[in-house]
Structure formats: structure tokens, C-alpha cells
Write a protein that binds this ligand. Sequence first.
Ligand SMILES: CCCCCCCC/C=C\CCCCCC(=O)SCCNC(=O)CCNC(=O)[C@H](O)C(C)(C)COP(=O)(O)OP(=O)(O)OC[C@H]1O[C@@H](n2cnc3c(N)ncnc32)[C@H](O)[C@@H]1OP(=O)(O)O
Ligand code: FAD
Length: 666
Amino acid sequence: MAAIVNPDLDRCRSQATFDPLLLTYFIYDGPEKTKRRRFLQHLALKESKKVNDCQLSELSKEEQYEVALQKVTATYRRIFELGLQDPADISLYRNTFIEGHPFAIHVLAFLPAVQKLASEEQKAKWLPLIERFQMIGTYAQTELGHGTFVRGLETTATYDPKTREFIINSPTTTSAKFWPGGLGKTANFVVLMAKLITNGRDCGLQSFLVQIRDLETHQPLPGITVGDIGQKFGFGFIDNGFLILKDVRIPRDNMLMRYAQVLEDGTFVSAKNDRLLYGSMTLIRSHMASACGRALAMAATIATRYSAVRRQSEINAGAGEVQVLDFQTQQYRLFTQIASAYALLMAGEESSAVYRTVSSEVETGNLQNLPILHALSASLKAFSSWQMMFGIEQCRLACGGHGYSSASGLPKLYANEVSACTYEGENTVLCLQAARFLIKSYNAAEKGEQLPSLAGFLQAPKGEKSRLTENLELDQLIAAYEHRAARQVREANSRFLSHLNKGATATEAWNQSSQSLVEAVVTFSHAFVVRAFIEKVTSSVLEPSLSSVLIQLAQLYALHGITRNSGQFLKGGYMSDHQLEMVENKLYELLAALRPNAVALVDAFEFPDGVLDSALGRYDGNVYEELMEYAKRSKLNKTEVHPGFFKYQKPFVDSLKSQAVAQSRL
Ligand SMILES: CCCCCCCC/C=C\CCCCCC(=O)SCCNC(=O)CCNC(=O)[C@H](O)C(C)(C)COP(=O)(O)OP(=O)(O)OC[C@H]1O[C@@H](n2cnc3c(N)ncnc32)[C@H](O)[C@@H]1OP(=O)(O)O
Ligand SMILES: Cc1cc2nc3c(=O)[nH]c(=O)nc-3n(C[C@H](O)[C@H](O)[C@H](O)COP(=O)(O)OP(=O)(O)OC[C@H]3O[C@@H](n4cnc5c(N)ncnc54)[C@H](O)[C@@H]3O)c2cc1C
């Protein structure tokens, strides 16, 4: 029997001015793909429950790992049985079946690293085994002492021409590999980043395929010390690990030799471009805006549905308690996050498209656009994970006390997803990488050189004023963001030059202007996201009722960014006080205008309840019943009187009682 839907949530749905199904089609690329998505999700949820229906967040780390392993093996068994081939189908099925798992780095980083870095011959040998999990691997780059500064890695791979082998060593405590996902207990192979030494010469970092565990017994091989790194902020189900190598010998053929090679006699043949070694990092970074958008969309769905159900306080005295979604402050908190989720999803599509284009150029040996891809993927990864981190926390806070309960699903979402600010490159560091590209492009623009379209905004004439009016022209919103980015880049460059003029070296001057550079990169990414959102919405053929809501949402996203960073938009007189006031007024108007559509905007993401895993975000809105059920399931409620009562509480209370009696006798 279908559950009765909470009447407030039901009413919100009936108030929508557009058909959410059309929005679902827009998000997931049409009716056919949506149908397939629903089918696969339904199948995955049904089968996932059969395998194990317990909640990972209620288990210890060891239990989470075991259940996640049980589930991920079942997932892939079914994926093979079903014959799923399309990577999008596979990841949808897997991500519905299980929220996270110890094979994550095998599929997200180990497999792509071999695809990108191995020669054709090596790929033919290893990829079939990797794809069918006969080799399970991880990407072992980070060390205890170095993560960001990859050139500082200490692990060595010394070539021995006599045996035609590399001898791998972790020479110091700080050279132990540390953090790779799946390394702790799961992987039997790693793609290892190590300093190549051949013919007595340090040839810099190269990648090697190293077996670390026996394929039958799973025991570490001789010379290998490996294990799990312990409790973390989140990701309890992933065994991030450490690895120490002592005189581990691997055949020469196990160096990934697509770009650089070591010949049998030890001669080193260098790559056309050293940075091609970083290809798998670029791949993951390029797709992270979409992943961040999805995580934020989940949080926004939970908080928006709950805010439609939750009644608290009165707006008009005596008129009864209102849905908290009617408070303007709640609308501001949530609708700006709904807008951010959509914005990141659209920007993610755009950055994945840039990745596809540039990586196919790279495949043919054309590296001209690699710096653009690096700058975009690095900066957007940082911007989107920061927006997501802030946004999920806003959604959690917007749920009041129940947002603090694990039942809301929000604490674990935050704890898991916030790691995206750190992995694949710490955000600040990645911004500084993108800054190199922006400053170079700025100087090229100053010399009148033609810039790639991504940096074209740097050619905008200085001293222009915003022409934004009450009509909130979309081109003027894009222009405002691009002018802001150009000004911030110019300002960061001036800071850099002024330190140089005061006698600092180039690297010192860079460090002394680095906060300004990071801010410039954030404005660059923000402009990219605003443009991607607006262009996607305006270039798609949409039913007018849907189009107008999406335009409102894109406007809200852009106006919100202006109000939060007003100083940068007012700088140099680009925007006037009057325009800023208009932006604020329009933002408040948009909150009211979007109120009837809030629930439909999140429903359109179509996250099944089993994926949201939230008492507050349930589709039927039966929040209180579920919270009560969740409370009753608490392990502390397994016994009416906890053994601790007799062990500690009663003896304590009794001891004070007898003391009190003794004292009263004095
Ligand atoms: C597929 C879907 C994904 C969705 C995600 C879902 C969730 C997944 C869940 C869990 C996944 C967890 C995965 C985690 C995996 C990892 O974390 S692996 C480890 C990642 N580590 C890093 O990212 C380290 C960060 N550090 C670096 O990237 C580099 O060391 C550095 C770039 C910061 C500095 O390197 P260095 O050698 O010192 O270079 P520089 O001298 O600064 O610059 C040299 C030039 O090279 C250019 N460059 C740097 N990187 C790249 C690149 N990737 N591509 C192209 N070019 C690059 C750089 O711009 C310099 O050029 P110029 O001199 O011309 O400016
Ligand atoms: C959940 C998770 C999963 C991971 N998975 C893997 C994996 O599978 N494989 C793997 O190899 N690694 C993995 N890592 C490691 C991860 O890639 C690194 O932690 C990350 O790249 C950051 O490097 P770091 O830890 O050295 O930070 P640090 O560089 O030590 O950062 C510390 C601080 O120093 C600042 N800083 C550092 N350098 C600079 C600079 N040049 N300029 C300005 N500021 C600077 C940073 O901004 C930061 O504030 C994982 C990490 C996490 C958290």
C-alpha cells in the first residue's frame, strides 16, 4: 500500500508552476536516459536490500568495511551478470547499491592510471585483469611526509640492469605511502609513484605497477609492510592505508612506459611532457564538479522536504505555526543551495566536455591545451568542493536539532564529502596552480596576444561600468562576474609586481601575493560556473514554464554571489551602490517567487529514499514516524536497563547516599 504523503509536502508539490518530470529529463538528458536510470536504480535498491539492509553509519569502522566489501562484491557480481557495459550505467547502479566502498580507488584511480600511463602492450596484458578484478589496485602517490609537493616524494625505484629489475624502497619514515584508498586491507596491486634512479641518475618521478599481496593468501609479499591508517573524519567504509617497501624487486616491464621508458641497459628515455604523468589526477578533478553538485543536491533535497514538513513558530500571531519553508531566512539558506547544486551540475557537464575534447587532443600528441585543462580542472575542483562543503553544512543547520541527528543523513554526507576539498590536491594548492595560468594569460593579454576562450575575459576593457538593470539581463550577470575576475587577476598581478619591485625574488613575491591569487582564481571559477549555468539554461529547448523557473534559479545563483562578495563588485566603481541595492531587492523577490517551486526543484533530482538514507528527506514526508523508529532502533535501547547502570551509576549513587547518611550522623 502506498504510504500517505504528508499533506504539507503534498500541497507544496501541487503548487509547482512547472512539471518536475520535464526538469528531470533536462537534468538526466532526456526521457530515455531517465527511464533507464529509474530502472537501474530500482533494481539496485531491491538487490542491495537483499544483500544487507543495515545502515553503514550505525556500524563500527571494522563492520562498515566488511559490509561495504560484502555489498561491493555483490554489486559487481550483478553488474557482470546483467552485462552492464556503459560506464554511466555501471556507476549509477553501483552508487545506488552502495554509498561507498573499498574498491573506489580501484575503479576511480587505479584503472584510469593504467589506462593513461601504460603502453599498449602493458594495457593489453593488465586491463582485462583489472576490469575483472583479478588484480585489485589503488593509486599510491601520497606519502606520510609529502602529498602536495609531488616532486618531494621519497620512494625510490632503482634500476638494476643485471637483473633487469627495479628495486623499490621507502628509505625514510616519511617516505611510507599513506592515505591511498583500498590499500589498507583490499588491494593486491598499486600504481606507485616513485623517484626513478637509473645509471646512477635521478630521473624524477615515474609510475610503477607493484604487486603487494599474494593473490591466493592475500598475505603481504616479502619486503612489504602494509595496513590501514585508522579512524578518519568520514569514509569509515574505505580502508585508506600505509605501505612501506624494502628492497622490493619488480620486472623492468612493470614501469608504466607509455610516455617515458627505461631501456634494458638502463638508458632513460624521457616523456615529451613530464606533466602527462599527472593525467589521472586531471581526469578525476575534471569530474568532481558534477560529484559535488550531486552531493549538494542530496543535502538540499533533504533540507527542503523537511522544511516543508516542519512547522515551527507563527508569522502572524494566533494564525498557527507555519512551515519553516515560509520564513524568508530559511528560503535564503535553502534556495541558494538548490541553485548552487544546479549550477555545479551544469558546470560539471561543461568541464567534463572540456576534458573529453582536450584529452582526445592529448591522445593524438597535441598538448597545446593541456595547461587550460589543468587550470580549469584544478580551479573548478577547488571551487565546487568548497561550495558543496559550505552548502551541505547550511542545509544541515537549516534542519535545526534533527539535522544534528545521524537519522537526517546529513552528518555522514558532510563527513564523507568534505574530503573532496583535500583529496586530488588540496584546494588552496590547486587554486595556486590555476593562478599560474591566469597570470600568464593576463600578461599575454597585456601584450595584445590572442587568448584561449576560457581566459578571454581578461581582455575586457578596464574601467567599464556594469549595465545591469532591474531586468536582470543574463548577459550582464555574466559580464559582472567576468569583470570581477579580470579585476581580481589584475590586482593579484599588481601585488606580485609590487613585491618584485621591492626586491623580492619571483618565488617570494608569489608567496607574498598568494592569498590574492587564490581569491582571483575563486572569482575565475565563479564566473565559469555562472556562465555555464546561464548558457545551459538559455541554450536548451525547454517548455516556457520550466525555462522561466530555471532562469530565476540561475539569476538567484548569480545575485547571491554578488551580495556575498559585494566589495569585489563595487571595486573600481564597476557596480554602483544603487545597483547593489537593486541586486539585494531582486534576490529577496526571487526567494518569494521560487517558494512554490522549491519542493519540485529538488524532487526533480529523483533521489530514491534508499539513496538519500534520511529520515528528514523522505519522499512521503513521514519524518516524525521515521525519527521515532530510528530512535527505537538505537543500540542503547536493546535492553531496558543498561548494564552500566549496575556497574557504575547505581554504585556511585549508592555510595553518595551512604556518605550522606554517614555525614548526617556526624
Ligand atoms: C571520475 C569521477 C570522480 C568523482 C569523485 C567521486 C568521489 C571519489 C571518492 C574518493 C576518491 C579519492 C581519490 C583520491 C586520490 C588522491 O588523492 S591521489 C593523490 C592526489 N594528489 C595530488 O593531487 C597532489 C597535488 N599536487 C600536484 O598536483 C602537484 O604536485 C602540483 C601541481 C601541486 C605541483 O607539482 P610540481 O611538480 O611541483 O609542479 P610545478 O613546478 O608547480 O608546476 C610544473 C608545471 O606543471 C604544470 N602542471 C602541474 N600539474 C599538472 C597537470 N595535472 N596537468 C598538466 N600540467 C600540470 C603546472 O601548471 C606547471 O606549469 P607551468 O610551469 O607552465 O606553470
Ligand atoms: C579521504 C582521502 C583520500 C585520499 N586518497 C588518496 C589516494 O587514494 N591516493 C593517494 O596517493 N593519496 C590520497 N589522499 C591524499 C591526498 O591526495 C593528499 O592528502 C592531498 O593531496 C593533500 O596533500 P597533503 O596531505 O600533503 O597536504 P599538505 O600539502 O600538507 O597541506 C597542508 C596545508 O599546507 C598548505 N600548503 C601546502 N603546500 C602549499 C603551497 N605550495 N602553497 C600554499 N599552501 C600550501 C595546504 O593548502 C594546506 O593548508 C587522500 C586523502 C584523503 C583525505
